[in-house]
Design a protein around this ligand. Structure first.
Ligand code: S3P
Length: 429
């Protein structure tokens, strides 16, 4: 599917974005492993979360849609051996977190995914899970899907993660929950902590100290009600558009503002972005707020070090923003972007150059010189939802029409994206 995007002069309106994808995966998985019913409200019907739901159903988990955007999951602790291959499709979170869950289940199952997922590294999860006692077989010594896992009795481990990755940390916490003894993890920098917050909310005891977390197993979460906040990583696209389209005001209500995810708010506010954060509240241990965004002149910015995990998924759209910011923007320590749904550093450079942006590629980042006027062009999503949406936002800021090819992948995280933009007055068809 191609999207045709016209330049926007004004964006105005009050919107809600779909429920947080990271939190929703975790609610499904912990609900499945827990005792009793977990009612998930604000559940987003995106392809990634539906992939997790489908895999859990294949593992014998009962899950019912109980209202619009509401799913009830009936925990069963012990899952059932699936009679088919578990397909995580495009979702890295599904496959990595499921591996942690399956590591503690006494049967054999096989996981796979689409062409993009088959290229993404899994050794970062399979190596420590093997240390805990899981048996895992697959391509290149178990470093890529398809992977077959035989779970069983696990032993807790002490493990220092080589990269700040919430997916790795969460997989090991899910295994640690089912293991005997203590699983103690340390990260090089804090990554999103939704798993830790949800475990605590569902009655699991864990100890957190800075970048360390430990859990003593076995324990079972107790089912409850989880209200999923709006996804800040989806809001990011509308936030950048609201700052850079010349006129109007964009209000995004009910956005998750967990400090491990708000790097984009800190960064853009520091760069001169007019973002008001108000109406603070807390849903199941997760902070939530409304964002009021007004057109702003941005200064260039720097992204490096511990800020990277706090905005890792927002870098494509922040790179688009950097073309409109005054000065030289530098992004470093972001080599992980090459291992996402596409090689996001390479895809960003190709697309920004086609748009007329001035950008240089480094092994672990980008240098972007701004402000430069953008001109509409033909851009490729490379099957990557966040690239497709970043290009649509670039199209709103460019002169002339922009065409984004392969935009169907937007459904991986934000199925209502174009409707949302149209509601603000943008022309995207
Ligand atoms: C996620 C963690 C991040 C992020 C991904 C979702 C999660 O990945 O990029 O979109 O839900 O835990 P890494 O753990 O690989 O950094």
């Amino acid at each position: 599917m191609d999207l045709r995007v016209q330049p926007a002069a004004r964006l105005r309106g009050r919107i809600r974005v779909p429920g947080d994808k990271s939190i929703s995966h975790r609610a499904l998985l912990l609900g499945a492993l827990g005792k009793g019913r977990t009612k998930i409200q604000g559940f987003p019907a995106n392809a990634d979360c539906l992939a997790t739901l489908d895999c859990l159903r294949a593992l014998g988990v009962r899950a019912e849609r109980t209202a619009s955007e509401e799913i009830s999951v009936y925990g069963r602790g012990k899952l059932q051996q699936p009679v088919r291959i578990l397909d995580a499709k495009n979702s890295g979170t599904t496959v990595r977190l499921l591996l942690g869950l399956l590591a503690g289940q006494h049967f054999t199952s096989t996981l796979t995914g689409d062409a993009s997922l088959c290229r993404r590294p899994m050794g970062r999860v399979t190596a420590p899970l093997r240390q805990m006692g899981a048996r895992i077989f697959g391509r290149e010594g178990g470093r890529y899907v398809p992977l077959t896992i035989t779970g069983g009795a696990l032993q807790g481990i002490t493990y220092r993660l080589p990269v700040a990755s919430a997916q790795v940390k969460s997989a090991l916490l899910l295994a640690g929950l089912q293991a005997t003894g203590t699983t103690a993890l340390e990260e090089p920098a804090p990554s999103r902590d939704h798993t830790e917050r949800m475990l605590a909310y569902l009655g699991v005891e864990l100890v957190r100290e800075g970048t360390r977390v430990s859990i003593k197993g076995p324990q079972s979460p107790v089912g409850g009600r989880i209200v999923v906040p709006g996804d800040i990583s989806s809001a990011a696209f509308l936030l950048v558009a609201g700052l850079l389209v010349p006129e109007g005001q964009v209000v995004i209500t009910g956005v998750g503002v967990n400090p491990t995810r708000t790097g984009i708010l800190d960064l853009l506010t520091g760069a001169g972005g007019k973002i008001r954060i108000g109406n603070h509240r807390v849903f199941n241990g997760e902070p939530v707020a409304d964002l009021v965004i007004e057109p702003s002149q941005l200064k260039s910015f720097r992204i490096s070090g511990p800020l990277v995990p706090r905005l890792v998924d927002e870098i494509p759209v922040l790179a688009v923003a950097a073309t409109q910011a005054a000065g030289t923007t530098v992004i470093r320590d972001a080599g992980e972007l090459r291992l996402k749904e596409s090689d996001r550093l390479q895809v960003v450079v190709q697309g920004l150059r086609k748009l007329g942006g001035a950008v240089e590629e480094m092994s672990d980042g980008l240098t972007i010189y701004g402000p430069t006027p953008l001109k509409g062009t033909l851009l490729e999503s490379h099957g990557d939802h966040r690239m497709a949406m970043a290009w649509v936002i670039a199209g709103l800021l460019a002169r002339g029409e922009t065409v984004v090819k392969g935009a169907e992948c937007i459904g991986v995280s934000f199925p209502g994206f174009t409707r949302c933009l149209a509601g603000l007055g943008a022309e995207v068809s």
